[in-house]
Design a protein around this ligand. Sequence first.
Ligand SMILES: C[S@@+](CC[C@H](N)C(=O)[O-])C[C@H]1O[C@@H](n2cnc3c(N)ncnc32)[C@H](O)[C@@H]1O
Length: 309
Amino acid sequence: MIRFGYVSRDQLPERLQPSGRLPELSFAMLAEFDDKLSARDEVAIEIISRLDTSRTTYVRRHASLDDVIEEEIERNFKPTDAVRIHDAAVSNAITSVNLFEKVKSRSNIALHASDHIVELLAVTIPGSRWRVVFDAKKRPLQFVGRRMVLPASNRRPPRGYPINRLIRQILRLTVLPQARRHLERAETSPSDNIERIGTFHPRAVALARRDSRFSLGWADMNVPLAGPFEIVRAMNVFFSATPKQVEDALQGICAPLVEGGLLVVGQNLLSTDENLTTIFKRQGRQLIPLRDIAGGARAREVALGLLLH
Ligand SMILES: C[S@@+](CC[C@H](N)C(=O)[O-])C[C@H]1O[C@@H](n2cnc3c(N)ncnc32)[C@H](O)[C@@H]1O
């Protein structure tokens, strides 16, 4: 009938599983973690990082692919060559930490990890016990109360809990418009009622602080980043993309790819840890396939037909 949620880190249950019927965890809880993490904290961060479910990532997801990338670096670049990697669309960037750890002993290496969602906005409503969490595009994601957490977007209505559904409906009519007004006002004058919460994994943030070769930032794949890069990687981004969307994103991330540079693109099967990936080499305006792993990437055909700008 009714379902509560976890609002702060100290409320988390001892046992937390990253799969199955997930408890509702406040996205605002992300602000409470530093890089000293228990196993339970790691699971909580993994669950929260999914946000509205399209951002799934997890530690060592690309472990076998990272081995292959290390091999291809040895094969394609001289020991003295600079190897600058752009890891695009990384969610919380934990897989970028894994890749960097794998290749960091090489001299002249750098890795920049990016995503188009890098912060959330938690809006406190004065006089109310509810906060509303928005993404940076100001789409409402969650209502966070004292013990209850409810999805605010239409993507995940709380099925099977009529009281939760009712409370959510009331909040959408009352608290949400107020939160939106706060956000609008904050565009012209700063507001104490809005907390900005970074979405990168605390271990990625800590690594970026202590090693200048690893950096984190905002980027939309469709808009070329300032490069150059010797390697560009995009994993698990094209699940529901049309061929045109794949093409635009590949054009964007490949624009700063150097001649002879590598594009690594692919996806994981949900049921296994296999990375269905293709590694391409840039030759002039074309992408030439070098290596297919587990049958290759879904984006392979689009990449093959591309004439880079
Ligand atoms: C399923 S996650 C994949 C995370 C990581 N690459 C992995 O394989 O574990 C997909 C990510 O793509 C990001 N994304 C989707 N469209 C994007 C775009 N146009 N530009 C940048 N990031 C994008 C989402 O925000 C999300 O974090």
